[in-house]
Write a protein of this length. Structure first.
Ligand code: UT7
Length: 329
């Protein structure tokens, strides 16, 4: 009997309408379009402006699009994994809120926190549920409403991030396509360089934490950059080597969209031409857990069955990883 693999069989996505351009940011903080473009590659990002709406308001339309495209009854969904660092609330899980809203009444689900690598961690987890034979339809969502935790008085972080969501459906396959391998890593010593200081159990919210602006993403950019360039490039090269692949075998690299210079370093290390690299950072900025599925969403029509695709990420934790997908449709 041929081995069961987990195949991505559909992609959905959603970005809010409101655009925050580099020139908009020039009016808010001491920055300029030229600096942002040359240092990061970003031109604009999408922002969920409506008060009272959180990450679920991004994830729900992404999942609904997927269900519509696949003509799938939501009651058939077995499990939904939501990768996010900006859940609607500390609890319950945003996954529960999304399942209820889309009518996935037979599904269980949970949130998974791995910052920018969240989608790869969740995809690997969902893959194992499918490979076990126990579940037939698993949705993996990567979503972040970064505008909720970005300090728009801090020019070193506010120019980087945007809001968005992407979702994939995983189903069993026996035609040797699907998620074929994954290498995932973490190193908690990276916590000091990228974290949110308050709001967790160490520093619960208080007048003091609010006054000190401790409820925003804190990042030491150059330190993270150094680890990200090496981490994402090394793990992508390791994944190729482990599977006897070279850059020539790869149709697409789907890198986490944090910085164009990190993306270029990874592509160079893999020996990939620029045309094989999915890049939409200029339009969405860094949407944390959503960058990779949003790339798949944007490029879905160009993908062909059998294409070898490498997904690669690096982010807070530190967390990082690379996944080999043989496209299934
Ligand atoms: O996705 C999760 C993981 N995160 C990442 O992978 C992000 C990794 N880090 C980066 O991408 C980059 O470090 C940044 C884009 C965040 C920053 O770029 P950089 O080339 O490392 O710049 P820098 O922080 O070393 O700053 C260079 C200069 C500084 O001025 P001085 O000290 O040289 O006078 C900054 O104050 O640029 C200044 N600067 C800015 N200038 C205009 C910092 N932010 C801005 C800004 N506009 N927005």
């Amino acid at each position: 009997m041929s081995k069961i693999t987990a195949a991505i069989t559909c992609v959905g996505g959603y970005v809010p309408e409101t655009k925050l351009t580099n020139s908009d940011l020039e009016k808010i903080v001491d920055t300029n379009d030229e600096w942002i473009r040359t240092r990061t590659g970003i031109e604009e990002r999408r922002i969920l402006r409506e008060p009272g709406k959180g990450s679920s308001a991004l994830a729900i339309p992404a999942v609904q699009e997927l269900l519509r495209k696949k003509n799938l009854d939501p009651r058939e969904i077995d499990c939904l994994i939501c990768a996010t660092v900006t859940p609607d609330m500390v609890f319950p899980a945003t996954a529960n809120i999304v399942c209820e809203a889309v009518g996935a009444t037979n599904a269980w689900g949970f949130d998974l926190s791995a910052a920018c690598s969240g989608f790869l961690y969740a995809l690997t987890t969902g893959t194992m549920f499918i490979e076990s034979g126990r579940y037939k339809k698993v949705i993996v969502v990567g979503v972040d409403k970064m505008s909720a935790i970005v300090d728009y008085t801090d020019r070193t972080t506010c120019v980087l991030f945007g809001d968005g969501a992407g979702a994939v459906l995983l189903e069993p396959s026996t035609d040797e396509t699907g998620i074929l391998d994954s290498i995932l890593r973490s190193d908690g010593s990276g916590c000091k360089h990228l974290h949110m200081k308050a709001g967790g159990s160490v520093r619960p919210p208080s007048m003091e934490t609010v006054a000190n602006r401790e409820h925003y993403a804190y990042q030491e950019g150059p330190a993270v950059f150094k680890f990200a360039v090496k981490g994402m490039a090394d793990i992508s090269a390791e994944l190729l080597e482990k599977n006897n692949l070279t850059g020539d075998d790869i149709a697409w690299l789907v890198p986490h969209q944090a910085n164009l210079r990190i993306i270029d370093a990874t592509a160079n290390r893999m020996g990939l031409a620029k045309e094989k690299v999915m890049i939409n950072i200029q339009r969405y900025g860094n949407t944390t857990a959503a960058t990779i599925p949003l790339c798949l969403w944007d490029w879905e029509k160009q993908l062909k069955k059998g294409d070898n695709i490498v997904l690669a990420a690096f982010g807070g934790g530190f967390t990082w990883g690379a996944t080999w997908v043989k496209w299934s449709y």
